[in-house]
Design a protein around this ligand. Structure first.
Ligand SMILES: Nc1ncnc2c1ncn2[C@@H]1O[C@H](COP(=O)(O)OP(=O)(O)OP(=O)(O)O)[C@@H](O)[C@H]1O
Ligand SMILES: [Mg+2]
Length: 452
């Protein structure tokens, strides 16, 4: 007979073997399942963390986009307003410049310049008008309502030339360091406007560096914006190759609140004789009109960097830029001139007559159409204003070309959102001219249209 302790030992052995069996069976059958569940949990945890990070990034990017949108809407509104004022101002200037030039013509033929003080006064009127014209041009550049001729140019070369010119106006304490990473820097651009960018940014850096001086680093790199590149979303740029032009100074820098306003026209912190506040507004307009983008980074005491993206030109356009001769060309052809503003129509008529042409002036486009259809062979050229009541210049052109397809037409405009040079050419206009036109420019455009 077994002792009670023997029974206990046997029971303990059994218990152990059952536990062993249980563990083995867990290991055998449940363990892989458990492992799988743990792995799944770990994976979904990782995915959750990634999603949280993505959402945080998306929120930041949405905020940045909203800021950019607000900024571009503000610039758009200011641009429209400024463009409208510039339009009216251009018309007034056209009359001032035109009549002054006519008065000068009479002076030269009619009286001795030395004995006639009015001759000098008229020079001053023209000089002041030129300055006003320049201002209007700047406003139109900012509001991107002025068409500038663009031709293929090497950004490296134009920036180097402009920096050379800038150097003479900078103090010795200011150092310019250039670093151009590529030789292939072709863009479709306007060299005068690129000069303007360099001058504006260079002068701003000079002021930011102050008397103690410092470094202005100017760099050009080639970058590619990929379609999937998140950058292209934040930068609001179409995918493709770009040239990135950087201007970085280690000057005084700016506060965040100021950065929001620096591209506004007439925003300046400088004394009256040092700045008008148009510099960066113009730079902004120029970069935008080149199909590019400008951004700025700055911190107080740490300096400022302006980054400008210009689309790189890969295919050369066939069209060549206009070239004008130096002498004022004249002619004896017959011109039909249409402008609803009587003052400007008469002035332009007289300017054209002073160049030798026979001019018929019309201030009503419908009447002009009647005059032309009554005798198309009586005219060699049509010059028409774009913005007119009842029928605009583009419509008038189309009606005239239906009567006589080969008559050259010049379309003049101070400002118009309805038309630009390529649209004008598409409807058959030979030349497209922006007002105000000085005598020499009218003479050249007329001659070119007649000879083409
Ligand atoms: N590199 C810079 N560092 C620090 N502040 C700058 C810099 N560039 C511009 N600013 C600030 O932005 C303002 C606006 O610049 P913007 O070039 O438009 O006008 P401006 O230089 O004041 O006058 P303008 O260029 O018409 O002569 C400046 O007055 C200045 O306060
Ligand atoms: Mg400036």
């Amino acid at each position: 007979m077994k002792k009670p302790s023997d029974h206990e030992a046997t029971r303990e052995q059994l218990r152990q073997s059952i536990i062993g069996l249980g563990e083995r069976s867990i290991r055998k059958s449940y363990y892989p399942e458990l492992q799988q569940r743990i792995a799944e949990l770990e994976r979904s945890n990782r995915e959750l963390q990634e999603e949280i990070a993505e959402r945080i990034e998306a929120q930041a990017s949405a905020k940045k986009l909203a800021q950019q949108l607000q900024q571009s809407q503000k610039m758009e509104a200011i641009g429209t307003l400024a463009g409208g004022i510039a339009h009216d101002f251009n018309n007034i200037l056209s009359a001032i410049i035109g009549y002054t030039e006519l008065a000068q013509l009479h002076m030269i033929t009619g009286c001795d310049r030395k004995q006639c003080p009015a001759a000098g006064d008229l020079d001053r009127v023209l000089f002041a008008s030129e300055r006003a014209k320049e201002l209007v041009r700047q406003i139109l550049t900012f509001s991107r309502q002025q068409d500038y001729e663009r031709s293929p140019l090497q950004l490296n070369q134009v920036v180097t030339d402009a920096l050379g010119l800038l150097r003479s106006s900078l103090p010795q304490s200011m150092e310019i360091r250039t670093k151009f990473d590529t030789d292939d820097t072709l863009i479709l651009g306007n060299a005068t406007q690129i000069h303007q960018i360099v001058m504006n940014l260079g002068t701003n850096a000079k002021h930011a560096l102050g008397k103690s001086g410092g470094v202005l680093a100017v760099e050009i790199n080639r970058i590619e914006i990929e379609p999937i590149d998140a950058k292209s979303k934040n930068l609001q740029l179409a995918p493709g190759p770009y040239l990135l032009l950087k201007f970085c100074d280690n000057g005084c820098g700016m506060e965040r609140a100021m950065l929001d306003r620096i591209f506004d026209p007439y925003f300046t912190t400088k004394p009256k004789d040092q700045g008008t506040g148009m510099g960066l507004a113009v730079v902004h307009g120029i970069v935008k009109s080149h199909g590019g983008l400008i951004t700025v980074y700055s911190e107080p005491g740490k300096g400022t960097s302006f980054l400008m993206y210009f689309p790189q030109l890969v295919d050369l356009p066939a069209e060549q830029s206009l070239t004008f001769s130096r002498k004022i060309p004249t002619g004896t052809e017959r011109i039909l001139l249409v402008d609803d503003e009587a003052l400007i129509a008469q002035m332009q008529g007289r300017v054209l007559e002073s160049l030798g042409y026979t001019v018929t002036v019309e201030t009503d486009p419908l009447q002009a159409l009647e005059t032309f259809s009554a005798g198309p062979s009586a005219y060699d050229l049509i010059i028409t204003d774009m913005t007119m009541p009842r029928m605009n210049g583009a419509d008038l052109t189309q009606r005239i070309l239906r009567i006589q397809a080969d008559i050259p037409v010049i379309l003049c405009t101070g400002f118009s959102e309805l038309i630009n040079e390529s649209k004008a050419r598409a409807i058959g206009v030979k030349s497209f001219a922006m007002k105000p036109l000085v005598r020499k420019t009218i003479a050249e455009i007329v001659r070119k249209a007649l000879e083409s």
